[in-house]
Write a protein that binds this ligand. Structure first.
Ligand code: 1PX
Length: 216
């Protein structure tokens, strides 16, 4: 029997572990572990209830696109985010200005998750430093408004805002994470954040350098 407690516990640790595994010695980002990190986050999101379904569905869809590329015949080119960018650009596999023959390139798909990673970083930092009675819905929407929302049309922003209101309070949220008492959750978040932040920064620099920040 699969105990839900165990699954969730495994989840948060898994997310931490995968983000640890993400960076190679020379600071390249392994796509396989990046995607695994998102898988873990989606599992967590699903455990919060079906109102978040439209969000996890989009994330799952993007994860699936990347996994398909990773497992495809040119999969070895997708080992790291750096090699993916190089390969797709050199082979004209990216729609650069408007959507055309490559609407689901690895580069544009990863960019969507990358933008969401910034939201995650801001949200988790708020969670980590907030007080016992801090409202997760407020932390979540503040983080969202500072990051991801600028890339979303009004209707998505509206739906996201409504979903945020359904988030459990901080104590319940921490309980769902199942890493023990509050101090331990806070410590785990403190461990995870620098990793997430580094992965974000490295990707951000690469995308900026290559002028990929506005892929359609
Ligand atoms: C815990 C609360 C979770 C709130 C999640 C906050 C993010 C809100 C995102 C709303 C996205 C709505 C769905 C639609 C998105 C797309 O339009 C849009 C653009 O894609 P397109 O160019 O292909 O059309 N997609 C995106 O921006 C990518 C969104 C990916 C969101 C992944 C969110 C996973 C959240 C994981 C939560 C984990 C909680 C952490 C606790 C340890």
């Amino acid at each position: 029997m699969a105990g839900t407690e165990e699954d969730q516990k495994f989840c948060l640790q898994e997310v931490l572990d995968t983000f640890k595994l993400c960076l190679s010695e020379n600071k390249e980002v392994y796509l396989e572990h990046y995607v695994a990190g998102w898988r873990g986050l989606v599992k967590f999101l699903n455990s919060l209830g079906s109102v978040f379904g439209f969000i996890s569905k989009d994330a799952v869809n993007k994860i699936h696109i990347l996994v398909t590329l990773l497992n495809g015949e040119n999969g070895s080119q997708y080992a790291t985010v750096q090699s993916m960018v190089k390969y797709e650009l050199e082979n004209d596999l990216v729609d650069l200005t408007k959507r055309g023959s490559h609407p689901e390139s690895g580069c544009r798909t990863l960019l969507r998750l990358h933008r969401a990673l910034r939201w995650l970083e801001l949200f988790l930092e708020r969670l980590r430093t907030s007080s016992e009675d801090g409202k997760t819905s407020v932390m979540c929407s503040e983080a969202y408004n500072e990051s991801l929302s600028q890339f979303h049309p009004w209707v998505v922003r509206k739906a996201a805002g409504m979903a945020f209101c359904m988030l459990p309070g901080r104590p319940a949220f921490f309980e769902v994470m199942n890493v023990g008492p509050t101090e331990q959750v806070v410590a785990k978040l403190g461990e995870a954040l620098p990793l997430i932040s580094e992965v974000y920064q490295i990707t951000e620099e690469l995308y900026t350098q290559q002028n990929l920040m506005n892929l359609p």
